[in-house]
Design a protein around this ligand. Structure first.
Ligand code: MG
Length: 267
């Protein structure tokens, strides 16, 4: 199931189930509105409203309830391009939920940042409160998957010594365009991932190249912190990260999860 958050005609944001037309079918791609946030723990029904996809604007499919936990250097080739190796234990950092933007929203380069990078990543959306999750039970706490761009002020990351400012600025986490709730962990760990800057391919890899898989990450993260429904885990980026300039357009595409495109501008 593909679940999106959207607005239509300036109305309040709503959630819906995307129904993609099969090739040659007579019906257009549509979104069927539902009554509530599927992560809110309340019963959800169809409202009966259905819209053509081209008539709605997608928002970030989830606003993380408490946090985004991200892992650094989880692809060997990216660790190498950063001048290092994959750390002996997962290297984690938080991004605040205020860094989240949706598809087509503008990534803003903060004043003083001179090296703004894209990082295309698979994002895992958590579905239930959890702590101390063993790897073999990680699938029970996953709600779905979406695409993330872990935008990074590379100059601040290098100069600050820790990553709060470099990773946490407003607009530094495009998410979307929807959540896919029907993938198994095994399926999510073999998806093609491509990042394009102005239609030029810059990252081309597969989630199969992650060093630490989704179950191991969830187990490690929940060994020290509680995850809440709607929290998001970023699983790391492959090689090919690079700078974005004002006027650029960046797209992260993951097989089965769609494409997430954002323009770039100065704040
Ligand atoms: Mg990253």
């Amino acid at each position: 199931m593909r679940i999106a958050r959207f607005v239509k005609d300036g109305q309040d944001p709503a959630y819906g189930i995307i129904e993609l037309a099969v090739d040659g079918g007579e019906h257009p791609d549509t979104i069927a509105a539902i009554t509530a946030d599927p992560l809110a723990g309340v019963p959800v029904n169809y409202t009966g409203e259905r819209h053509d996809l081209e008539d709605v604007r997608f928002l970030a499919p989830v606003i993380p309830r408490s946090k985004i936990v991200a892992v650094g250097k989880n692809y060997v080739d990216h660790a190498e391009e950063m001048g290092g190796e994959v750390p002996p234990a997962p290297l984690l950092f938080f991004k605040p939920n205020t860094s989240v933007i949706g598809p087509d929203d503008t990534i803003l380069r903060p004043e003083g940042c001179t090296d703004l990078h894209y990082e295309g990543e698979l994002a895992v959306v958590i579905g239930r409160i959890c702590k101390q999750v063993p790897p073999e039970r990680a699938h029970e706490v996953i709600f779905g998957y979406t695409i993330a761009n872990d935008v990074t002020a590379r100059d601040w990351q290098n100069s600050d010594g820790q990553w709060t400012r470099a990773k946490g600025a407003d607009t530094f986490l495009p998410l979307g365009p929807w959540m896919n709730t029907h993938l198994t962990i095994e399926e999510a760990e073999k998806l093609g991932l491509e990042t394009r800057l102005n239609d030029e391919v810059r990252q081309s890899s597969s989630t199969s190249q992650m060093v630490r898989g989704i179950a191991e990450l969830i187990s490690f993260i929940t060994s020290f912190t509680t995850l809440l429904p709607g929290d998001v885990i970023l699983t790391g980026t492959p090689a090919g990260v690079g700078a974005m300039q004002t006027g650029d357009q960046v797209t992260v595409e993951i097989e089965g999860l769609g494409a997430l495109t954002n323009p770039v501008a100065d704040a």
